[in-house]
Write a protein that binds this ligand. Structure first.
Ligand code: 13P
Ligand code: SF4
Length: 312
């Protein structure tokens, strides 16, 4: 038997022994997505965490996803293969002390934070959103409500453009999505004129404007599943191609190049810290465990629950 097959069997056995569930984001390595019990976008992962009856959650994603699961299920053990190393440049672009000052400079504003934030930033927030529900949630608020949106300025700009709001934006960005090049994508489109362009809203506005579909990872997948084109240029982290190709084997998915086509800049190195070996270790040892200060967790729970309620 191949060593990878043996590893997968050992993971399955440990999972049963520990009554654990493995959840994976669409940007995880193919082999990790393959062994996961649940694969999803950030919103789906939060929903799965809120409803699971497992004792242990192995969250194959980045640190803030593990924190969200821990805040929703404080009594469960939550582990993230990769631990604190599995960060997120977008979450890091918004340190809580600076965000607190920003909020103080804008009195009377409702604070909406993208789920890609640390627990202390969520604790300062009124409503958490993901790219899967941000339009719906912002759209459900009174039109004259003053809003601060952080930390992703590209997603915030997209919501402002679509809803006509003027949310005050924190100037944060994701290093992967911010690097996609419009020129490279237009050249690709010239070579594949029939291809539709799928863009994550963390990309810059000019890329959003040339897209056939802008949406969360799950929304882009749904679009590809139900649309009638044969080819797609996929402008988000390349891990999503695994599920796209699996769902639509007859279609062609072309990963969009970033500004330097030689680099692997369309990959999130933090997401790629999730490995089969890491999942095995996490199940065996219960480490690296995600912990959140109980006071911060209590304050962060309210805006996450509000999100789950408003996006039903
Ligand atoms: P989704 O919520 O679309 O899965 O995106 C998460 C993320 O980290 C995008 O970079
Ligand atoms: Fe964060 Fe960007 Fe990686 Fe998503 S792709 S987890 S936003 S660094």
């Amino acid at each position: 038997m191949e060593s990878q097959e043996r590893l997968v069997e050992a993971i399955e056995a440990l999972k049963r022994e520990k009554n654990a569930i493995i959840m994976a984001h669409y940007y995880q390595r193919d082999e990790v997505q393959q062994i996961a019990d649940r694969v999803g976008d950030s919103l789906a992962l939060a929903r799965y965490a809120a409803t699971t009856d497992a004792d242990m959650i192995v969250m194959c994603g980045v640190h803030f996803m593990g924190e969200t699961a821990k805040i929703l299920c404080p009594q469960k053990r939550v582990v993230v293969p990769g631990g604190t190393q599995a960060g997120c440049s977008l979450a890091d672009s918004c340190p809580a002390p600076e965000f607190e000052k920003f909020i103080a400079e804008h009195p009377g504003h409702t604070v909406i934070s993208y789920v890609n934030t640390s627990a202390p930033v969520k604790a300062l927030t009124d409503i958490v959103v993901t790219s899967g529900n941000a339009l719906k949630i912002v759209g459900s608020l009174p039109e004259d409500e003053k809003i601060i949106f952080g930390p992703d300025a590209n997603l915030g700009g997209y919501i402002n453009a679509v809803t006509g709001r003027q949310m005050v934006l924190w100037p944060g960005a994701c290093h992967v999505h911010d690097r996609f090049s419009l020129q490279a994508i237009l050249e690709m489109k010239k070579a594949h004129p029939g291809a539709k362009i799928l863009v994550h809203p963390e990309c810059k506005r000019p890329l959003q404007l040339v897209a056939d579909k802008v949406g969360s990872t799950a929304a882009l997948l749904d679009f590809a599943r139900t649309d009638d084109a044969r080819e797609y240029i996929v402008v988000t982290e390349s891990g999503i191609l695994f599920e796209m190709q699996k769902s639509c084997p007859e279609k062609v998915f072309l990963p969009a190049p970033a500004e330097d086509s030689e680099c692997q800049c369309n990959q999130c190195e933090y997401m790629k810290l999730g490995t089969l070996e890491g999942v095995y270790e996490a199940l065996l040892t219960g480490e690296p465990e995600i912990t959140v200060d109980p006071e911060i967790a209590a304050a962060a729970l309210r805006p996450i629950e509000r999100m789950l309620e408003l996006s039903k």
